[in-house]
Structure formats: structure tokens, C-alpha cells
Design a protein around this ligand. Structure first.
Ligand SMILES: [Ca+2]
Ligand SMILES: [Ca+2]
Length: 451
């Protein structure tokens, strides 16, 4: 009994001190910028920091990290200034009125310290609550078959130390991630594709939402990706998933698709990153109204990956399954099938029935039935849908294992077949009058319902 009383007393004493738990914490990570994957080639990373409260200002700090000296070496001797060091670029908390220039020192082989120096206490810059660059560091590759093993040093001797800008409060790290890895991916969407690139009409017409649009069924993706403005050159949002095997999700995130097919981060330029173990993964790309695709095999998402993107567009065999993509460039370009207005992974009459009222009322905006993604629902959209409907196009991405978040319902290929809606669906109606067009749509629906 005595012990119990003591325990309770201790807890009560600790309660007024809950301010301890409100102490600012931060996350650090390395972002891989460049890996030439050859001896004497460039290996470049950017150290990044993010605060977990909005009141944390950076004081003088030493960010100590280690690397594998068998894999990497410094290109220049260590000297007294950033410009002659392995630092390729300095970004924040460096130079200017309040800070000295960031320096990099190597107290021991394979152990480096990024040194931030604040001149006056209580004058530090706020650390944002999203990752911000500190310094970009360029190594030379000694042996491309070795892993870089970049890691923040949290333990003695010489652990990293990060001060609040009172120059007295030592902050605790929340996470010290090793390298975050790049997924450099290229895909085309059939709808907006023409002659080697994709239209950005939804962007220039101000139709794209500022928050990721996959927070609804069937994806139910709860990510908080959002932007203040859509970067130039963006076609639409996509959802990128990496899988450790065909049916096991490792990580999922929203990103932007650019007109040249590159999938980029929210800044509109960088390849997307995943904070996951070095490994090979299947890459899955989801879109609102195009059929999802998955890489034909596991793709190296690791330190040895080169700058070349995984390019889905070069051939059918790049994606998983049978006829996973549409030939949109005379056999030299392939893209995700359009026509899936209800995002269930198949192009069927259900999709047409979503299109039909939008077409009749000439809807404009960010619409699932806008299959060519020009912001309007017109006969052009129907003409894109029609051949995919006729061929019963469907996503070849396998369903996730039971227990995993089911991003997209599974479609059993043996259960599907061409669902004909009659001759009218194959008619190119661009020359039809409005009334003729609507009449044919009604006929199509009736025939579909008879099945
Ligand atoms: Ca569908
Ligand atoms: Ca359209």
C-alpha cells in the first residue's frame, strides 16, 4: 500500500510540470538530391528541419551526423568557410544579420557537424512546421556499391545539440530520419494528353482544389497535403502508393502531376520522397477519373537509384497486368485510361450514367465526368470514354491485402467482360445536334439497364 501512495503522490507532483511535454521538439532528415552512382560521381543531400510547434526559434546549434567512409568521401579539404567545403548551398539559419554563415566540420572521419551560430540571443528565425532546407552537402562517391549510411548522431560521443534561441534551452528531437528516398516517376493521363505532353487547362482555369482530393471513397486517404496556390505546369493531383509486395501498402501520399508527365512534390519541382527503409517497391499511381496503374516489377527506391525516373510512358510492359495502359502515341507513348467517373477501377455504363446529367446540364468545373480534363463536360469527353468502355478497360492494380487500407476496390478480372450498351455508344457524336445527342444517350442508358 505504501508504494501505491508514493506513486500517486509522484504523479500529482508531476502534473503541474506538464509544461515539460509542451517543450518544442523538431524532426531532422536528409533528402537525397543527386546520386550519380559511379566512382568519383556526385552524391548530394540536403539537411532539413521541421518544428513541431510554431513558436520555436533556432539558436546556435551543432547538427552532428555520420556517413560511411567506404561509400563517400569529401571532394575538398575541410576549410574555414562554407564556400570551400562540401556544402553546395546554404539555405536558412545562415548568414544575414542574425546568423554567421553555416560551417561544416569533420571532427573525426565519417563524423560531420553542421554548425549554426546565432549572434544575439532571442533573435533567431522561426523554424517552420514543414520541412525547410538547412544546407545542401555534396560528397564524392568512393564506391557506388556501398550504402551511404547517413545518420544523425543522437548519442555520445558528440551527439547533435540544438538550442532554442535563448541559447540555453536544449531541444529534444522528435525524429532523426535517415535519408528520405526519392520516387522519380513519369506517367501520362490519356484525357489531357496530346502530342507528347498534357494540358494544364484545369490549372490555368483555376479549377484545381488546393487540398488533395483523395479524402473520399474509394481511396479515403486522410493526408493533409495542401498548397496556397497550384504551381505552374501542374495538370492535376495524383495519389502515389508504394507497396512492399503486390498487395501490401508501405506508404501513400498525394502529389502533383506536371504536363511533362513527371510526378513532383507540392513545390511543383522536386521529385517526391518517402521516409521508408531502403528497398525495392511496387509503385502505384491513382487518379480521380483515370484507371490506376502499378509498376510491372519492384522499383529500386534506394540510395543506389539513379536520377533516371521510372517511366511508365515508354511501353505497356512498364505497368503491371494485361493491357494496363492505353496506347496514346502510336506505340511510343502509353498512358492511364480515362473514363472512370466513379473511380472504381473500370470503365462501365455506371461511369456513363455519371457523365450523362453533367453533359445534359453542361457542367463546368473539377468534375469526374470531365474525362479530357478541360473543365467542361462535352461530347469530346464521351468520345474519349467510348472506346475504353467498348474494350471494357479496367485497372490491373491488385487489391491490398485484408487489413490494409483499401485504397481501391479489387476487381476480379474473371468477373468482368465487355458490357455493351449498343451501337450508339460507338458513334462519334461530334457532328450530332444537341437533341440528337441527348436522345442517343437515353437509349444507351436504357439498353444498359436491360442487362
Ligand atoms: Ca468506373
Ligand atoms: Ca471535358
Amino acid at each position: 500500500m505504501k508504494t501505491i501512495y508514493i506513486t500517486i503522490f509522484t504523479l500529482l507532483l508531476a502534473l503541474p510540470g506538464t509544461g515539460l511535454y509542451a517543450q518544442p521538439t523538431y524532426d531532422l532528415q536528409f533528402r537525397l538530391e543527386q546520386n550519380e552512382a559511379t566512382v568519383n560521381g556526385i552524391y548530394e543531400v540536403t539537411a532539413q528541419i521541421k518544428a513541431n510547434v510554431d513558436t520555436f526559434r533556432m539558436g546556435s546549434s551543432n547538427l552532428v551526423f555520420t556517413y560511411n567512409t567506404a561509400a563517400l568521401s569529401s571532394p575538398d579539404p575541410i576549410g574555414p568557410g562554407p564556400d570551400t567545403l562540401q556544402i553546395q548551398a546554404i539555405h536558412n539559419f545562415s548568414g544575414g544579420g542574425d546568423y554567421a554563415k553555416i560551417t561544416l566540420t569533420e571532427p573525426a572521419p565519417g563524423r560531420m557537424s553542421l554548425n549554426i551560430e546565432l549572434f544575439e540571443p532571442d533573435s533567431g528565425a522561426i523554424v517552420p512546421m514543414s520541412f525547410v532546407d538547412i544546407a545542401t552537402i555534396r560528397f564524392t562517391i568512393e564506391d557506388e556499391t556501398e550504402l551511404s549510411n547517413l545518420a544523425w548522431r543522437s548519442e555520445s560521443p558528440n551527439p547533435l545539440t540544438l538550442f532554442q534561441n535563448d541559447e540555453a534551452t536544449v531541444l529534444n528531437s522528435a525524429s532523426l530520419a535517415d535519408e528520405v528516398l526519392l520516387a522519380d516517376l513519369k506517367v501520362f493521363l490519356e484525357g489531357p494528353y496530346s502530342g507528347g505532353s498534357m494540358s494544364t487547362t484545369l490549372n490555368t482555369g483555376d479549377y484545381l482544389p488546393l487540398e488533395q482530393p483523395f479524402n473520399t471513397a474509394p481511396w479515403n486517404y486522410a493526408g493533409t497535403e495542401s498548397v496556397a496556390g497550384i504551381p505552374a505546369g501542374v495538370v492535376d493531383w495524383v495519389l502515389v502508393q508504394i507497396r512492399s509486395d503486390e498487395t501490401t501498402e508501405q506508404a501513400t501520399r498525394a502529389a502533383f502531376l506536371k504536363s511533362d508527365g513527371m510526378i513532383v512534390d507540392l513545390n511543383g519541382t522536386s521529385p517526391i520522397t518517402f521516409d521508408v527503409p531502403d528497398n525495392n517497391y511496387y509503385m502505384v499511381i491513382y487518379h480521380r477519373n483515370h484507371l490506376a496503374i502499378m509498376s510491372a516489377a519492384q522499383v529500386g527506391l534506394n540510395e543506389a537509384s539513379t536520377e533516371a525516373p521510372y517511366d511508365f510512358t515508354t511501353g505497356q510492359a512498364q505497368a503491371y497486368g494485361t493491357n494496363p495502359m492505353k496506347n496514346i502515341g502510336g506505340g511510343s507513348a502509353f498512358g492511364m485510361f480515362t473514363g472512370d467517373a466513379n473511380s472504381d477501377g473500370q470503365v462501365t455504363s455506371t461511369d456513363f450514367n455519371i457523365f450523362s446529367p453533367d453533359f445534359t446540364s453542361a457542367q463546368t468545373g473539377y468534375l469526374y465526368s470531365d474525362w479530357n480534363m478541360d473543365g467542361q463536360v462535352t461530347s469530346t469527353d464521351f468520345n474519349m470514354f467510348s472506346p475504353n468502355f467498348t474494350s471494357a478497360a479496367q485497372s490491373q492494380v491488385p487489391s491490398l491485402s485484408p487489413g490494409d487500407k483499401n485504397i481501391q476496390p479489387y476487381i476480379d478480372p474473371s468477373q468482368s467482360g465487355a458490357q455493351s450498351v449498343g451501337e450508339s455508344a460507338r458513334v462519334n457524336r461530334s457532328g450530332a445536334t444537341q437533341s440528337e445527342t441527348q436522345k442517343r444517350i437515353v437509349i444507351t442508358k436504357e439498353k444498359s439497364n436491360e442487362r
